[in-house]
Design a protein around this ligand. Sequence first.
Ligand code: NAD
Length: 444
Amino acid sequence: MDITVIGTGYVGLVSGTCFAEMGHDVTCVDVDEEKVAQLSDGEIPIYEPDLDRYFERARAEDRLRFTTDLAEGIAGSKIVFFALPTPPGEDGSADLSYVLDAAGDVADLLVEADDPEHRIVVNKSTVPVGTGDRVEEAFADRGLDIGGEVDVVSNPEFLREGSAVDDFLKPDRVVIGTESDRAAETMKRLYEPFVRQGNPVLVVDRRSAEMIKYAANSLLATRISFMNEIANVCERVGANVDKVRLGISKDHRIGPHFLYAGIGFGGSCFPKDVQALARKGREKGYDFQILDAVLDVNDQQRRRLAEQVEDYFDGDLDGRRIAVWGLSFKPGTDDTREAPSHVIIDYLLERGADVVGYDPEAIETTKETFGDQIAYADGMYEAVEGAESLLICTEWHEFRRPDLGAVREHLENPLVLDGRNLYDPARMAEMGFEYHSIGRPSYA
Ligand code: NAD
């Protein structure tokens, strides 16, 4: 099948590459000329495990192309995906201008092409309930026959950055929101190779599909904030959140996932999606109280390490060298959007600290935000050289078993604030660190 993906970011590039892997002819369209030039030259602008392998194969077999020209991109295409940004607007609601503008542009081109072929326009972006109706209106308003020439489908994406290719190739479920049997059949056929192990392709109405994505992300974010609050209480009552986690995770009603205490969630999805759902509720006269609390707890948790280090130095961070390990919002990606590390770095810089950051993949993306306001280390030991404290923000594998003796030697002051509970507190104390983690006993 000829497939177009509009928007070639984390979701668009991974989706396009994986559809090409299954033998489809995929054209990815993006307005970012530099990105399209890079991709056309065979260079991948993001870090995502395994993406290079599939990308190179698809390109070698000429099944994956890139263009800035929308008309060229959609010509002859059976399915047009939107994988466009839906960032939060000023009031927290999702900014739909990218999706709606693209819908208008595609509709204009289809009118111009005057081609009776049936097309499916699929929204993969995370969009509030009812957006599919607005996209459909863009086509109907231009006189296109809905159900005849065009069907508008919701197909929310559940991939996780850091394991995006694997998630896309083996999804837990595929959700397809449409009332059109014809569109549902084509979409089911498209996804068949991805669910050969028996995971379901759920066909639901379009509004429910849109809601599923928000409900899933909001529930996951709620678990994170809930466990962070449990951790904060553990610290006050002398309990250990890691043991509490193990104890509750064995209850099959709860399960083991998303129960790790830490320094809050970030990324381009959870904060914005939780905000957008809370906002949608308010718009409809419903006060979604849990989600407001989830966001408040997260804001507080993301500042935590910075406040702790400030307290340790009695409010005086001016000129102090603070090392930060982990800049991406989670391991396995170079994405730093809404990363807790960036909230912490902002806080430290405002108080005059000298920050030196290290990350295996996210130095370049961090430079886009902080430029030369902070220093960047080539390795994790170099980062701690002469620092008065080490803050651990992302649980990359290489931080799990470092040479702690070398870390101790390099640090000018042995304070380690671990936002990801990577080390054994008692052992850290034995080694001469002052070590604090989240929801576990500290040994000074
Ligand atoms: P992204 O910012 O990485 O990529 C978006 C791309 O769209 C960019 O390359 C941008 O240049 C391009 N673009 C903007 N306007 C365009 C236009 N008019 N025409 C063509 N291209 C245009 O975004 P993303 O992380 O891939 O997210 C896309 C959507 O998918 C969002 O709604 C997001 O919430 C959702 N989503 C993201 C993830 C994730 O992990 N990143 C997971 C699931 C769902």
